[in-house]
Design a protein around this ligand. Structure first.
Ligand code: SF4
Length: 455
């Protein structure tokens, strides 16, 4: 008997490389959801891709050059293979726009962060007409309306949910207000709906995202919804276990939001609240619009609401105009607040920002200062991690590691925990892990029980 095989069209594959923050990761996941409607599936193997997307970030140093280098690597990888459709999306695409298509002919499309909801149609257009595409409009409302029509299928234990985009603060070192545009808050009901879908798909933790997440402010029928309203509503979702939000500006840490640290048991006692510098002179030069005293009084209020809250921050070392006295004030505030899990960098100019016009500090001194700061941050981190030793620590199990009987999860404070268990641990469960060792970045231990016992 001759079997007639029906020829089945194989799905096209998309490979996405993501640079930058969690917001870009959220966008990359949504791009996957969007292109699945036109028959694409995600691949982890670059050379299999029919479509290669580079989702870029403009925050880091030399972001534009990194994009061209990356495209150079893609060119090499596909030298003897069929060329994929090459798309650059995200903030660098927004900033470079047409120039990117002119400078690198291997790129077929640039798509700004407010236009990626159109990616399906753009790919189909490109396939039909083979004409380069520059889609860098600022249409944030339409984007979220379109995204709402497509289920967020992230299917992760810890899921991102963008609630706000853009920024009106204009810190002098930052490109966000230029690449992501003015502050925009998504409708309250739309966010709650997406959160419930994420939980139905298995999410146990939701991380609310925004460039200025605590500036969230939405009006509907004269009712005002803020970040605190969202947290209180999410706190009611039965199968959701943890809520976090990032990144916050000190000036938007309002009393209603701070109160959530007392009232909402699912809101984790960990807050990333960048201060950047401990010197009022530098904060002013950065146009941060808050003082060192204001920041400290905010931390005090938060800790009054919940004494267990730990704070992390970003620091810029060697900002133009910073002298030793200013830097000392940064070290002082680090010790005073006892920051955990923080990030620190040497200042580097971003083209187009006011700070880029200013004279750079001496690089050797900046490097020495960065080392000093990082040593202090490391000491605090190690001392914190040491406190967990031989204690039971609540961990949300995120995944099983490649090595047998090893799992990965995080504490309430976002610290990664690698632990062993003879039992098959279910991902998404909150468990107790007995901590047996640690280093700066991780805790290590053994499964203890499902019974929770806070450290
Ligand atoms: S508040 Fe944050 S996103 Fe806004 S300009 Fe300042 S650093 Fe950039």
């Amino acid at each position: 008997m001759v079997l007639k095989l029906k020829s089945k069209k194989l799905p096209k594959k998309i490979f996405i490389k993501t640079f930058g923050c969690q917001m870009n990761e959220y966008d990359s996941d949504r791009i996957c959801d969007l292109v699945s409607k036109i028959g694409f599936i995600k691949t982890k193997i670059k050379k299999d891709a029919d479509c290669f997307v580079l989702n870029t970030c403009h925050i880091r140093e030399k972001a534009t050059e990194k994009v061209y280098h990356e495209i150079g690597r893609v060119k090499k990888d596909f030298k003897n293979l069929k060329k994929p459709i090459v798309i650059v999306s995200g903030c660098v695409a927004q900033a470079e726009s047409e120039e990117m298509l002119r400078r690198e002919s291997y790129i077929d499309m640039v798509i700004g962060p407010q236009s990626y909801h159109k990616i399906g149609d753009l790919i189909l257009n490109y396939k039909r007409e083979k004409k380069k595409i520059n889609e860098t409009e600022f249409d944030v409302i339409k984007k979220f309306d379109e995204l709402q029509k497509i289920t967020n299928t992230q299917n992760k234990i810890s899921a991102y949910l963008t609630i706000q985009e853009g920024c009106d603060k204009f810190c002098h070192f930052c490109v966000v207000p230029y690449t992501r545009g003015p502050e925009y808050s998504r409708p309250f009901a739309q966010i709650i709906d997406e959160a419930k879908k994420l939980v139905n798909f298995g999410a146990k933790e939701i991380i609310l995202l925004g460039q200025n997440v605590n500036a969230y402010n939405f009006y509907d029928n004269k009712k005002n919804y803020k970040l605190s309203s969202l947290i209180r509503e999410l706190n009611k979702i039965k199968d959701l276990k943890r809520i976090r939000f990032t990144t916050s500006h000190p000036n938007d840490m309002t009393d209603d939001l701070i109160q959530c640290y007392n009232d909402c048991d699912k809101l984790m006692p960990f807050l990333h609240l960048p201060i950047q510098s401990g010197s009022n002179k530098i904060l002013k030069l950065m146009n941060r619009k808050h003082s060192r005293e204001y920041y400290l009084s905010t931390v005090e209020k938060i800790r009054k609401a919940n004494k267990n809250v730990k704070i992390s921050s970003d620091f810029i070392v060697g900002y133009p105009g910073e002298n030793e006295k200013d830097f000392e004030q940064t070290l002082q505030i680090v010790k005073e607040v006892g920051f955990t899990n923080s990030y620190s960098f040497i200042y580097s100019p971003r083209p187009g920002t006011p700070a880029a016009e200013r004279k750079l500090n001496n690089m050797i001194e900046s490097k020495q200062n960065l080392e000093k700061l990082q040593n202090i941050l490391e000491d605090i981190q190690l001392a914190n991690n040491k406190k967990s030793l031989q204690k039971n620590c609540e961990v949300l199990v995120e995944n099983k590691m490649y090595t047998q009987e090893k799992y990965f999860g995080r504490t309430k404070y976002m610290t990664p925990v690698i632990f062993e268990s003879k039992k098959n641990c279910t991902t998404g469960k909150l468990i107790d892990v007995k901590i047996t060792s640690f280093n700066r970045n991780n805790l290590f231990g053994n499964f203890k029980s499902n019974k929770l016992e806070a450290i």
